[in-house]
Write a protein that binds this ligand. Structure first.
Ligand SMILES: *[C@@H]1O[C@H](CO)[C@@H](O)[C@H](O)[C@H]1NC(C)=O
Ligand SMILES: *[C@@H]1O[C@H](CO)[C@@H](O)[C@H](O)[C@H]1NC(C)=O
Ligand SMILES: *[C@@H]1O[C@H](CO)[C@@H](O)[C@H](O)[C@H]1NC(C)=O
Ligand SMILES: *[C@@H]1O[C@H](CO)[C@@H](O)[C@H](O)[C@H]1NC(C)=O
Ligand SMILES: *[C@@H]1O[C@H](CO)[C@@H](O)[C@H](O)[C@H]1NC(C)=O
Ligand SMILES: *[C@@H]1O[C@H](CO)[C@@H](O)[C@H](O)[C@H]1NC(C)=O
Length: 836
């Protein structure tokens, strides 16, 4: 949505509203109709109803009756009456028929659409009115009381769910409400994607492609959350799922009615998207599916998905791949089978997982968990059970799966206990293994590192000699070193990494990098990082890449390097820079990343000229993007990944100004050469701790949260939080922000190039959240999931921040260690915040 195809019409329509009708009307009755370019406008001026023509008219003039936001300049249609039957080549007329239906007729009085039969009897008093919530209500007596409503547009959603609309079934009224995408941006007829409730078992919503293909599910509702989105708790986010014999539905609300919010199925991307209107644009807060593990039942029966692992799919504890051969080839569709043969006599509890698809599960209302356990043990088809409703102190009812467990997924936060039935022998084995996990994890990781290192070496070793001087022209290199060309070719991994972007992590031939960067030509140098130079490279296929050439003086070894690379390669997120490949060639270590057209955030926000290009809306989107990326690093990964070097220059911007976090892990990888005290400090403090140790969550992620707070303030103010050169100034940005916030003058902080062009409440929320992030006490800082929640939800309650960190005469060298004023940096990390 959001092209400008109907803008002309809407402008004319609005003009008509103002000029032809002295005051806009919001109602039609038996005596009135609207036709041509007349419109209805709700009394508060929020929504407008009238005819619109999508498209450029090339395929004939098609008119649809729709509802859109009256004040949003970007045409945003939220409802269409006659989506399947446009008025063709004639102006349309909407009127109330004598039998009490809304009808659309064309110029020959032929009916092209009519509303469903009214549910109450209609008199001459009947009228249809457009309300400020976007509902177009036909009522027998002009009121909106339940007994009078004869028909309402909210019962017939198209592709958009507005606050207050219901998605689900109403058994009494016999209505099913779903949202279905448009066929194309210029064709409102129903497209392939539908989001709807599937009844049976626990309430659960699915995104379908076509009539039967499930591509995403919200996960079952457990009374508190949709278990596929455990970060969004119903009470914080103003949504709920109501489940009763009469009706089952999802609905959401907006506390501040003046905010515009919508939730829609986007037919172009096939995603669910939630938007909020702010500062003159639609801001996309979330969208699903957004990563491979969001795909429905990706790992087959009894498998689960974990986006932090390079092999996304694993079998549930006690289960083994049905076909180990296929599984090892990453075809996980066959799923897993019970290693113990099924029919177990005990249970293994998992609790950081999305609940399995529960549409075919059986719900026993009123049964306790203990009773459920007995029922499950006595029924040979039972595979698992769980509480049906975790809301409130006493859980009531339980759910039993007598079917394959599908669509499970690992999270880093607790969702709820699911009891998986296993043989006692399996359970004993799992318990024994659990004790050894730590040891095994370390051993496994180490051997994996060595393996990768070995492979890397195998592919790159023979290029070493040619490279040593680093001066040879690439074309000369293959000819002059005496190696037959065929041999060089043969050693290349059989991977076309231009075309095939989804291979695990290509090992790239040094030769190819030399060609791409023109032998590390000076003019291709993009910059100098803390660990060595970065070069622009052009692949044969034309794609631009950034090549990081690690310093040869790096104190880190091959193991650390491969370890980090393995880690980075596993991470894939829209807000992280994508690693395309690596090469190790003796002391040459190269990483190839996607190239970012707009360089780093600091080159925008701290640049006198370029910062003018960044309006509030963009800045806000960048803030949300960075928060999403960090949330992914911290919480969507079973390993908790700490960036440790979050700063504006480590946030890159792509063509569309989407922020991408870069250099995650690099701080731990490359020490020494740039000799910033910071790098030395971190290496000095943690140099002997392996990254896995850090990833397992023994360090605090709150240091990243702190940095994010600083970045947010920098983005809002356009000023650098200059650290150690001037401690006074360092405290100034944070302290100053706090002072202004306290006095209710936060708006004065805002970068003056934005000149009032920003949304006050968003700016205030950002500043307040940033102040929470820079709390001196790690434990007072919010987690990334609450940071993200507070930033993205206009409804969230943001706690009152404390005065930001004043370093109480602690070791001042800590302050010097960072250009970001980590006045408590060292404490933060070594203090080990153990919120796990
Ligand atoms: C809108 O209505 C006015 C007055 O009836 C008419 O002059 C004008 O042509 C109409 N515009 C369109 C786009 O139909
Ligand atoms: C359409 O119906 C209206 C009212 O019933 C009538 O006045 C008008 O002449 C009709 N137009 C045509 C083209 O039949
Ligand atoms: C969506 O709901 C409408 C109205 O109840 C129904 O006609 C349509 O078949 C539903 N679509 C899907 C895909 O279930
Ligand atoms: C609601 O939002 C509007 C516009 O963003 C803002 O001006 C108003 O102060 C808000 N009201 C409340 C009660 O938060
Ligand atoms: C649920 O049962 C129906 C009918 O037996 C079957 O078609 C469907 O695949 C089952 N779905 C799941 C998730 O088990
Ligand atoms: C066993 O469990 C399945 C699935 O929950 C259920 O359909 C079946 O009726 C149960 N059988 C008995 C004997 O309770």
């Amino acid at each position: 949505m959001g092209s400008s195809w109907i803008s002309v019409l809407l402008v004319l329509a609005s003009a008509a509203t103002f000029f032809s009708l002295a005051t806009p009307i919001d109602t039609i009755d038996q005596a009135a109709s609207i036709s041509g370019n007349q419109t209805l406008v709700s009394s508060g001026g929020v929504f407008q109803l009238g005819f619109f023509s999508p498209g450029d008219g090339a395929d004939g003039d098609r008119k649809y009756l729709g509802i859109w936001y009256a004040k949003v300049p970007e045409p945003t249609i939220v409802w269409v009456a006659n989506r399947q039957s446009p008025v063709l080549n004639s102006p349309g007329v909407l009127k109330l028929s004598p039998d009490g239906r809304l009808v659309i007729v064309d110029s020959r009085n032929a009916t092209v659409w009519s509303s469903a039969e009214p549910t109450t009897s209609i008199t001459t008093l009947a009228s249809a009115r457009l309300f400020d919530d976007g509902n177009f209500v036909l009522s027998s007596d002009g009121s909106r009381s339940p007994g009078s409503v004869a028909w309402q547009s909210f019962d017939y959603p198209t592709d958009t769910l507005l606050p207050g609309m219901k998605l689900g079934v109403d058994n009494k009224a016999g209505i099913t409400r779903n949202i279905t995408s448009w066929s194309s941006p210029t064709d409102p007829s129903p497209g392939p994607y539908t989001f709807k409730l599937v009844t049976g078992g626990l309430p659960q919503f699915f995104l379908f492609r076509g009539p039967t293909t499930r591509i995403y599910t919200s996960g079952p509702w457990n009374g508190e959350m949709l278990t596929g989105v455990p970060y969004l708790k119903s009470q914080d986010f103003g949504f709920t799922v109501v489940s009763s014999p009469d009706e089952t539905y999802y609905t959401y609300s907006i506390r501040n009615a003046s905010l515009l919010s919508r939730f829609m199925v986007d037919g172009t991307s096939g995603q669910l998207k939630r938007f909020v209107w702010s500062s003159g644009a639609w801001s996309n807060f979330w969208y699903y599916p957004s990563e491979p593990c969001d795909g429905y039942a990706k790992c087959g029966a009894f498998g689960y998905c974990d986006s932090s692992l390079s092999q996304l799919c694993s079998c549930l504890p006690g289960f083994v791949p049905r076909s180990p051969e296929q599984w090892s080839l990453r075809d996980t569709s066959g799923g897993c089978i019970d290693g113990g043969g099924g029919g177990g006599d005990g249970f293994w509890v998992v609790n950081q997982m999305k609940l399995p698809d529960a549409t075919n599960a059986t719900v026993y209302a009123g049964m306790t968990l203990e009773q459920c356990r007995v029922v499950c043990l006595n029924n040979c088809s039972c595979r698992a059970y769980a509480a049906a409703n975790v809301h409130g102190a006493v859980s009531s009812g339980c759910v039993i799966w007598g079917v394959d467990l599908l669509d499970m997924r690992q999270y880093s936060i607790s969702v709820q206990d699911v009891y998986i039935r296993l043989a006692q022998s399996d359970i004993d084995a799992l318990k024994a293994a659990e004790g050894k996990t730590t040891v095994i994890a370390i051993v496994c990781t180490m051997s994996a590192v060595l393996l990768v290192a070995a492979i890397c070496c195998y592919f790159c070793r023979n290029k070493l000699r040619r490279k040593l001087q680093g001066k040879m022209a690439p074309s000369a290199a293959s000819g002059s070193n005496g190696l037959p060309t065929s041999r060089v070719k043969k050693q290349r991994p059989d991977v076309n990494w231009c075309a095939d972007k989804d291979v695990d992590l290509p090992l790239i031939d040094l030769q190819d990098i030399l060609v791409a960067t023109e032998n590390f030509a000076e003019e291709n140098k993009l910059g100098e990082g803390g660990f060595g130079p970065v070069y622009l490279g052009k692949l044969e296929c034309g794609q631009k890449v950034a090549v990081k050439r690690m310093s040869q003086r790096s104190v880190q070894g091959v193991e650390e390097f491969t370890n980090e690379v393995k880690l980075i390669a596993k991470l894939q997120h829209r807000n992280l820079v994508r690693l395309l490949g690596c090469c190790i060639d003796d002391d040459e270590r190269l990483l190839m990343y996607e190239y970012m057209d707009n360089q780093s955030l600091d080159t925008f926000i701290f640049d006198e000229g370029k910062r003018r290009l960044l309006g509030w809306q963009k800045r806000f989107e960048i803030i949300l993007g960075i928060a999403r990326g960090l949330l992914y690093l911290h919480e969507d990964s079973r390993f908790r990944i700490i960036h440790r070097d979050m700063k504006a220059s480590n946030v890159l911007l792509d063509k569309a100004m989407i922020p991408k976090i870069s250099d995650f892990g690099i701080a731990r990888m490359f020490g020494g050469d740039q000799t910033t005290a910071y790098t030395l400090k971190v290496i000095g403090t943690y140099g002997y701790m392996s990254p896995e140790y850090a990833m397992d969550g023994l360090f605090s992620m709150k240091s990243d949260v702190y940095s994010l707070g600083v970045i947010v303030l920098e983005i809002v103010t356009g000023k650098k939080n200059r650290g150690f050169y001037d401690p006074e100034l360092d405290l100034n940005l944070l302290g100053y922000a706090y002072m202004l916030w306290k006095e209710g003058r936060s708006v004065e902080l805002v970068d003056d190039v934005m000149d009032g062009g920003f949304n006050n409440s968003e700016v205030l929320r950002c500043i307040q959240v940033a102040l929470l992030c820079v709390d001196v006490q790690p434990r007072n800082r919010p987690t990334m999931s609450s940071v993200f929640m507070m930033l993205s939800s206009e409804n969230a309650t943001v706690p009152v921040p404390n005065e930001p960190g004043v370093n109480n005469g602690k070791n001042t060298s800590d302050t010097e260690s960072s250009s970001y004023g980590f006045t408590t940096n060292s404490e933060t990390i070594t203090e080990e915040d153990t919120t796990r």
